[in-house]
Design a protein around this ligand. Sequence first.
Ligand code: A4P
Ligand code: MG
Length: 180
Amino acid sequence: MADGDQGSGAVCAIALGGNVGDVGAAFEGAIAQLATAAGITILARSPWYRTPPMGPPQPDFWNGCVLLRTTRSPEDLLTVLQTIEAAFGRQRHLRWGPRTLDLDLIFYGDRQLHTDELTLPHPGFRDRAFVLVPLADVAADWCDPASGQTVAQLRQALDCSQVVPVQRDRDPHPAPLNSN
Ligand code: A4P
Ligand code: MG
């Protein structure tokens, strides 16, 4: 977590994912929009990783994580994330299907919540190397309020061998179809 961060509001972790189009540009654009949104301050960002798809056969994903501080409510922050997804052409056709940009709210402080629109912490992140590897880059010591485990401990329990750093000069866009 960013050293010396003494601001007001909640620290939140956002997972970024995408596998359609110029995902690197979408990630940079999403961070720029978050950084200029009222009540949001970016604290840290991870490197980007290339990751095999979870779900139906589709191109590899790029994944990353951002830490931010916000004075917005969890529901309001989710709306901001969904508005940014839409601005980058996100369409919802297929569960776990291909997408230009996915922004998931992993942690909102130590808040636990379960409503029709929002589950906190994010329900799937503990089983996903593509979330935990970049999350550990920015928040290894963060304690998951539901399991009591740190991000580093959760990551250690998974096979992360297929989560590899993006090499910008070698990873083209759109990502090539995964051979699986
Ligand atoms: N929702 C509830 N809690 C949250 C939360 N904490 N953060 C609701 C964000 N959204 C939350 O999400 C469906 C609904 O979840 C939202 O309307 C919101 O109210 P969505 O983004 O519309 O749909 P989705 O993303 O297709 O579904 P889902 O189940 O959220 O999928 P995931 O978990 O986002 O997974 N493979 C790799 N390698 N990397 C990836 O990033 N991503 C997915 C999608 C599949 N395979 C992947 C990756
Ligand atoms: Mg999502």
